[in-house]
Design a protein around this ligand. Structure first.
Ligand code: TRP
Length: 338
């Protein structure tokens, strides 16, 4: 599917990823990158730190989040010798390209972009002025994101549904520029939404999300993971009562992590009244620890040897920059008639 294609993934260094992010976004993104590479394509994976400063102004926090994200991706299997792994802010051509794209970005696109609209809606809900607390970075962020994508002649951008609109904006801007100059200066990107990725429920049954406070942590110690798993909602039915596994939250979460035979075992145990809630929580705990323990060790290693990671990011930037430079040159030559 990605034969010879260039795919690009960006990740904002905000929040501390949890098990839901890991199973639903981080692992699938790394997997797609590997797929593209194995089919002769290219994979760019970058940390969108310019995007992060719109919301986070504390440098200590920003730096910590950047480190966490870098180490999480490496620990989860991203291979920096195959994927081009870099930090957005190490590529000065990106803001330069953004400036050129601004001239082709209708303001109306930004008004309609839903990251901005969501903030306006929030303000209206509490009777604040529409633009309260909204900076230009947030308002124009789809244009910066377009530069992130267009700089590397990206074919495909794997995204969650919430980012589809932003890739469409990138495509529209590129199309407008190509049409104006009568040549393909910029490659038109497509978005790709993976349909089969796990949406992992949290311990209260709603989608696992930090804002709901219902997460199972990712690279914390066993005790913290156990505490979260044992807080998963259950009812007071006795073990012997046969249960429909599909109505049981522990089983729902287990689905996103267990092997088929493990899932079958839990399902049958519940149906036959042979497994109680304590049992199934322990089964889930074992599966989570089996899934994350190796990556967690790597994560802890990288976090305490960040100089090694820094070097990888700098190597990645050195590979990415010439491509962005070439795009910028093409644009400047056309725009300024050189
Ligand atoms: N906006 C994306 C998010 O919030 C992150 C991002 C920035 C991105 N630039 C990108 C994703 C380019 C894909 C391609 O998740």
């Amino acid at each position: 599917m990605f034969k010879g294609k260039t795919i690009l993934t960006g990740v904002k260094p905000t929040g501390t990823p949890h098990l839901g992010n890991y199973l639903g976004a981080i692992k699938p993104a790394i997997e797609l990158g590997k797929q593209a590479i194995s089919q002769g394509g290219k994979h760019y994976m970058f940390i969108a730190d310019y995007h992060a400063i719109n919301a986070e102004k504390n440098p200590t926090v920003l730096n910590q989040k950047m480190k966490e994200i870098a180490c999480i991706y490496l620990a989860s299997g991203l291979n920096p010798n195959e994927s081009i792994f870099y930090r957005q802010s190490d590529i000065p051509e990106i803001p330069e390209i953004t400036t050129i794209l601004y001239a082709y970005t209708p303001k109306g696109f930004m008004n309609k972009a839903h990251a901005y609209k969501a903030m306006v809606d929030k303000n209206r809900a509490v009777n604040k002025p529409d633009d309260d607390g909204i900076n230009m970075g947030l308002y124009t962020y789809p244009t910066l994101m377009a530069a992130d994508i267009l700089a590397y002649d990206t074919d495909v951008v794997p995204v969650g549904k919430d980012q589809v609109q932003h890739v469409e904006i990138a495509r529209d801007i590129a199309g407008a520029i190509n049409a104006h100059y009568g040549k393909e200066l910029l490659r038109l990107p497509e978005y790709y939404v993976e349909e089969n990725v796990a949406v992992v429920p949290g311990v209260d049954g709603r989608k696992m999300s930090k804002s709901y406070g219902n997460v199972i942590p990712l690279f914390e110690d066993d005790k913290a993971i156990k505490k979260a798993i044992f807080s998963i909602k259950t009812d007071s039915r006795p073990m012997e009562e046969p249960k429909n596994p599909d109505e049981i939250l522990v089983y729902e979460i287990y689905k996103s992590i267990a092997k088929p035979e493990q899932l079958k075992e839990m399902g049958e145990g519940l149906r036959q009244g042979k497994l109680g809630y304590g049992h199934i929580k322990n089964m889930l705990l074992d599966a989570v620890i089996a899934e994350v323990s190796q990556a967690r060790e790597k994560y802890n290693y990288y976090m305490s040897h960040f100089a090694e990671v820094e070097e990888m990011l700098e190597d990645g930037a050195a590979k990415a920059r010439p491509i962005a430079k070439a795009t910028l040159k093409r644009l400047k030559d056309a725009v300024f008639g050189r």
